[in-house]
Design a protein around this ligand. Structure first.
Ligand SMILES: C[S@@+](CC[C@H](N)C(=O)[O-])C[C@H]1O[C@@H](n2cnc3c(N)ncnc32)[C@H](O)[C@@H]1O
Length: 278
């Protein structure tokens, strides 16, 4: 398996930011401080610490800190193993090529980032929840993960060939601002794929699904998750999220994205929205 550095945090002074990186190569294993070649200026870097976050994102981060320990398992149980197929479909939709750079925003434990890395592209994940990042570092130490807010990403303009966000855009306080920020770090002609829960297209199926979401899912979460209450919030946020057309319009209206289209997975439980950077 390819070994890549884990970026643990960003430190240094405002004028000379540094990244603390865990090198996982056998012969050089250990912590090192390097100039963050991919990272942007100090103004952006100031945004990545948890202390600087607005109240609401901080609460979101705390909620995910609470589910981090058993996140991967809970996900697979609650989705009846469908999550693996959704991640593979996300990778395919991004059309990644070896040598390209892809950013996975809201990467959590890195489970989505790991799948992207299978394309041969350099995949890096960013997340607000230190608990999720720590769980990821433990489970998959070879996946590069760093602390970062979707609204103030710690990367220079046009750094990535592709960006993606799986099951996380829903949790970001300002969807439009996040879509704009994703556009900022993507090169012109680069690709966006949003993988998110959506609206099943068949009405009877949607009725059964909503029953599962609002009643059974929190009950199942109680027996699997380390913070079952978080799954009540998650179920409610899925129900309140715009449908396929609604998200498509949001992406289009955010500014940097063009040629927006979507594809339903599992009858529309999940939708993949694809767009190209103007
Ligand atoms: C449901 S998890 C998804 C994790 C992973 N992408 C997956 O596919 O399983 C949502 C993640 O979004 C993160 N998140 C929420 N708001 C965020 C923000 N503003 N910036 C970065 N990450 C955020 C949470 O901390 C959480 O880890």
């Amino acid at each position: 398996m390819r070994r890549q550095p884990l970026i643990a945090s960003v430190t240094g002074s405002r004028t000379r930011p540094m990244a603390v990186v865990y090198i996982t190569h056998k012969e050089r294993a250990g912590w090192a401080t390097i100039p963050p070649v991919l990272l942007s200026g100090p103004g952006i870097l100031a945004g990545v610490t948890r202390a600087d976050l607005d109240k609401q994102p901080h609460e979101v981060a705390e909620m995910f800190d609470g589910v981090a320990k058993r996140y991967d398992l809970t996900n697979t149980v609650l989705s009846f193993g469908q999550d693996r197929g959704w991640r593979r479909a996300t990778r395919a939709a991004l059309g990644l090529r070896p040598g390209e750079r892809v950013l996975d925003v809201g990467a959590g434990t890195g489970v989505s980032t790991e799948e992207l890395g299978r394309s041969g592209a350099f995949a890096v994940g960013a997340d607000l929840s230190v608990g999720m990042l720590q769980a990821g570092r433990h489970t998959r130490p070879e996946v590069p993960l760093l602390a970062g807010d979707a609204l103030r990403l710690p990367f220079a303009d046009a750094t990535f060939d592709a960006v993606t966000i799986s099951f996380a855009l829903r949790n970001v306080v300002d969807t439009t601002a996040a879509l704009r920020e994703l556009g900022r770090v993507t090169r012109p002609g680069g690709r966006l794929v949003v993988c998110e829960f959506s609206h099943p297209t068949n009405t009877p199926f949607r009725t059964v699904y909503l029953q599962y979401l609002m009643r059974s899912l929190p009950a199942v979460a109680r027996s699997v998750s380390s913070n079952p209450d978080a799954y009540v919030y998650l179920a409610e946020s899925i129900r309140a999220w715009p449908d396929q057309q609604g998200l498509s319009s949001k992406i289009m209206d955010s500014g940097p994205w063009d040629r927006v289209g979507w594809r339903n997975l599992t009858g529309g439980i999940v939708a993949l929205h694809r767009a190209t950077r103007v």
